[in-house]
Ligand binder design. Structure first.
Ligand code: AMP
Ligand code: MG
Length: 357
């Protein structure tokens, strides 16, 4: 049985504080519990309205073979939910009754996975009698990056297993300046790795092997306008492997080709918007070569370069909780009926009610 008792909100947890996100006098401190569930990671984050991250517990499902199986991932999330909730509450040193708001990842993502997180969020909000807010997963990545890094208005390259987008704020929305038209970059690296016998997730192993690659093997470089394509690149890299090409050279060439395309599109967004900040986030942001290439481009444009700590680049609940607070504090409200999941919810469909510029 979980205790529901309001206790006085002391300063607890080992979180970070933004400093720059104070709300108006008279706004009381509020605590938001955010549930993330869009792909392989289930997470619960607890964040307060000053931007302090009190807890950020996660569990990640790894498929035994092949890519993510949506129903298996959803079952894993459901089975882990209680343990993740307990861990988050314990770390934050709060009780469920201290939660003032529940936020959850409403989309985009895998249907069964989204529905599991949404069901948990609805149950908690109804049981606690607190408001609920559905958050866009991609927008939440940007907002947690702005919070933890102090970036004000970056052009963001968001690269993960399920998404690849170049995003910048303009006129009330996060506009997508460029995106993949087929597979995301993380998926490209994972699928290539799988085909050559490297277990999931392949990205980190590809990075290690690439460091020892010496010879560039030409691979398809596809940028169409501002959009990117990685499936031909992945297929060709696999074909070259089967022909006997060296795996280290192939990993090196795959990274150089794919990352150059990502940097090209991000650079054009920076040149067009004239923004002075560039941010890299998502699981693939762990890659040192991509960081190096993007940083160099940012410096050439005299833009500041930001990469949130690894914990906040990957999928987690703190970003959902923080976005929930931003939306709620800007006056946004949602009825239970409006919490239906949105599998294909686009970044640029979100009305960013908490930002003016
Ligand atoms: P996410 O979808 O945000 O959970 O991130 C997972 C993705 O990040 C997977 O596709 C991983 O292969 C990828 N990834 C993790 N570490 C690295 C790395 N060092 N280099 C490239 N990709 C990585
Ligand atoms: Mg993500």
């Amino acid at each position: 049985m979980i205790l529901i008792r309001k206790k006085s909100l002391g300063v607890s947890g080992n979180g970070i504080s933004s400093g720059g996100h104070r709300f108006g006098i008279g706004d009381s401190l509020m605590i938001c519990l955010g549930i993330e569930g869009t792909a392989h990671t289930f997470g619960i984050g607890i964040v307060d309205s000053t931007g302090r991250v009190l807890a950020n517990a996660t569990r990640t499902y790894f498929p035994e073979q092949g890519g993510i199986h949506p129903r298996e991932a959803a079952q894993f999330h459901a089975a882990q939910a209680r343990a993740v909730l307990d861990e988050a509450l314990k770390t934050a040193q709060i009780e469920l009754g201290d939660v003032d708001l529940v936020a959850f990842s409403q989309g985009p993502g895998l249907g069964p996975v989204l529905r599991t997180a949404a069901t948990a969020a609805r149950a908690l909000a109804v049981w606690l009698g607190v408001p609920i807010i559905g958050v866009n997963h991609c927008v939440a990545h940007i907002e947690i990056g702005r919070l933890t890094e102090g970036a004000r208005d970056p052009v963001t390259l968001y690269v993960s297993g399920g998404n690849t987008q170049v995003i910048a704020f303009d006129a009330g929305r996060y506009r997508v300046f460029g995106e993949t038209i087929d597979i995301p970059i993380g998926n490209c690296l994972d699928a290539f790795a799988r085909e050559v016998g490297i277990p999931h997730p392949g990205g980190p192993a590809v990075e290690r092997l690439a460091r020892e690659g010496r010879n560039y093997i030409p691979l398809p470089y596809v940028v169409k306008g501002m959009d990117l394509s990685f499936s031909g690149l992945m297929t060709e890299a696999v074909r070259r492997y089967r022909e006997g090409a060296d795996i280290k050279d192939l990993c090196y060439s795959l990274q150089e080709t794919a990352f150059a395309a990502l940097v090209e599109v991000t650079e054009r967004a920076v040149a067009h918007t004239e923004k002075r900040e560039v941010m890299l986030t998502g699981g693939v942001a762990a890659n040192n070569r991509l960081r190096e290439m993007l940083k160099q481009m940012a410096e050439e444009h005299r833009a500041k370069f930001f990469v949130p700590p690894k914990e906040f680049c990957g999928d987690q609940g703190a970003m959902i909780a923080w976005n929930g607070i931003l939306a709620y504090r800007s006056g946004y409200r949602q009825s239970l009926r409006e919490t239906e999941v949105r599998q294909r919810w686009r970044t640029d469909e979100v009305e960013v009610t908490w930002r003016r510029s």
